[in-house]
Structure formats: C-alpha cells, structure tokens
Design a protein around this ligand. Structure first.
Ligand SMILES: C[S@@+](CC[C@H](N)C(=O)[O-])C[C@H]1O[C@@H](n2cnc3c(N)ncnc32)[C@H](O)[C@@H]1O
Length: 275
C-alpha cells in the first residue's frame, strides 16, 4: 500500500475512534493501533454494505446496534478456566500463603471476560480454605461477557480441557463437583458465586478501587498502547494495599513502562509483582 494511503487509513481510524468516544463514551484512542486496525478491517470484510473505514464510522454513529457489534469486536473475550495452569500452580504455592495471613482478602479480577478466570480463582481459594474471608470484584467493560459470567453457564464441550487445566494447576478434587450438567452446557456451582461481584468497569476511563490485596489483570494490557498501560498500571498501584500483589498475563511486561516504580517482581517468570 502507498504511504499516503496508509496515512489516510491511520487518520480515518483516528476519526472513527474519536467519534466512538464522543458519541458513546468508550475510549479506544489509546488501544494498540495494530489490534484496533485488525478488528476494523475484519469487520469491513464481513459487512457487505461497508466498503471503507469512513462508511463504518457513519454506520457506527447512526446505528447503536452496529456499535455494540463493533464493541464486541474490540473486546476480545478469549479465555478459559485455569488458563496457564502451571502459573496457577505457582500462585497456589507462593501467593496463597501470603493471602492466608490476612484477616480479610479483597481481590480485583480486572478484565474477567466471561468469568472463567474468576471461577478458577474461587475454586482455588475454596480449596485453600480462604474463600469465606474473600471478596472478589470481577470487572469488564463488556456487558455481554459479564452476563455470561453472572450466569456461570459454559458449553459442555469445553469442560474436558478445563478439567485437564484444573488438575495441571494442582487441583486434587473431582472437577465435576464444581458444576452440574444441563443438556450441552455446564452450570457452575452456586457456592462459587457467593463471594463474587461482577460489574461493568472500563479500565480506560474509570477510576481505581481501594485497599485491594490482589489484582489479577491478565491478557488485557496487551491490547493497550504503552501510554494506557502506564495509566492502568498506575491505577493498580493506587488500588493495592502496601505489599499488595499484581498478576499480569504471561505475554505482558512492565519492562518498557515507567510506572514500574510501584512494583518489584515477586515471581518474574510468571509475571507476578508486589507493591
Ligand atoms: C482476552 S480477555 C482476558 C480474559 C481473562 N483475563 C483471561 O486472561 O483469560 C480480555 C478482556 O479484557 C476486556 N477489556 C478490554 N478492554 C477493557 C477495558 N478498557 N476495561 C475493562 N475491560 C476491558 C475485554 O472485554 C475482554 O473480556
């Protein structure tokens, strides 16, 4: 593609994002441009009546339902239970003992998607005997993802993989005790929901929380520009108690961020930090 076309394309993406922000309040201006561009071009390729970024901008502004589709496109909700099981195993071995010493534990699962990560945490905390003294705040900016999380209903075909992950993560119980089957779905056990509050929160525009002991934000920062990553990690620093713990995704890094003054690694291999 010619240089001038590329510049035009970048400008059109910028205009599309500014329009989304002004019209709907969602701020994607500081997301990784590569990610946003890929999602926009993908959407254009499957919409027969949209042939350019500017046509897509018009449709977003005139059609709220279409905006919701685009919002889903931008919010990649790929997740699974006990994702990266060996890291969970390490969390069980090295992080849970730190939390066990606390009278009350506050956990923030930021970017929880459809809830599989949150239920995995609940299972882990239950097995370690500290679930009853824990509150889990599980947030995402996707309402659709949060609805699934609230329900805790997942396709049965995924359960084999989740059970394997659970055992690899150090789980020793019978995994099927944590859900019941209903036709081709599984419904997570109600007791796992008792200490979880799911709610909408946008890391790009909302404020931080207070007195968190443990923040999990995995595979979310990767979609943000360095500037937004700095802003969000600073939120996390402000939200944690002293010596609070932050766990980020295995493909994410603080290396090039200037907010890392808040944190030192407690487990650098697994991307776990302490304030
Ligand atoms: C790839 S999923 C990660 C899910 C889970 N943490 C995991 O690692 O399996 C990324 C999630 O981040 C959410 N997300 C993206 N931008 C966000 C923002 N600005 N505020 C809150 N959540 C956001 C998306 O909606 C999506 O559910």
């Amino acid at each position: 593609m010619e240089q001038s076309n590329l510049i035009n394309e970048d400008l059109e993406i910028q205009i599309l994002l500014e329009n989304i922000f002004c019209e709907y309040g969602y701020d994607f201006r500081n997301y990784s441009r590569t990610h946003i561009k890929r999602r926009i071009l993908h959407r254009i390729s499957i919409e027969s009546k949209i042939n350019s970024i500017s046509e897509m901008t018009k449709k977003i502004l005139n059609d709220k339902k279409f905006f919701k589709v685009v919002l889903q496109d931008f919010s990649i909700c790929v997740t699974e239970m006990f994702r990266d099981p060996l890291i969970y195993k390490n969390v069980r071995k090295n992080i849970i003992p730190i939390l066990k010493n606390k009278e009350h534990i506050k956990i923030w699962d930021a970017g929880c998607a459809t809830g599989e990560e949150t239920y995995s945490l609940a299972i882990l905390l239950k097995e370690e005997g500290i679930y009853n003294k824990t509150e889990i705040f599980a947030t995402d900016f996707s309402k659709i993802a949060l609805n699934t999380a609230e329900e805790g209903i997942y396709p049965a075909r995924k359960i084999k993989k989740y059970a394997e992950n659970y055992h690899e993560a150090g789980g020793t119980k019978v995994f099927s005790d944590y859900y019941r089957m209903k036709s081709d779905h599984v419904i997570m056990d109600k007791s796992l929901r008792e200490r979880i509050i799911f709610f909408e929160h946008n890391l790009a525009s909302s404020s931080s929380f207070d007195f968190m002991d443990f923040i999990i934000c995995r595979n979310v920062l990767i979609y943000f520009s360095k500037e937004l990553q700095n802003q969000v990690v600073t939120f996390f620093g402000n939200s944690l108690v002293d010596k609070g713990i932050l766990w980020i995704g295995s493909r994410e890094s603080f290396k090039y961020l200037n907010c890392n003054k808040y944190f030192k690694p407690i487990d650098s291999v697994n991307n776990i930090y302490v304030k």
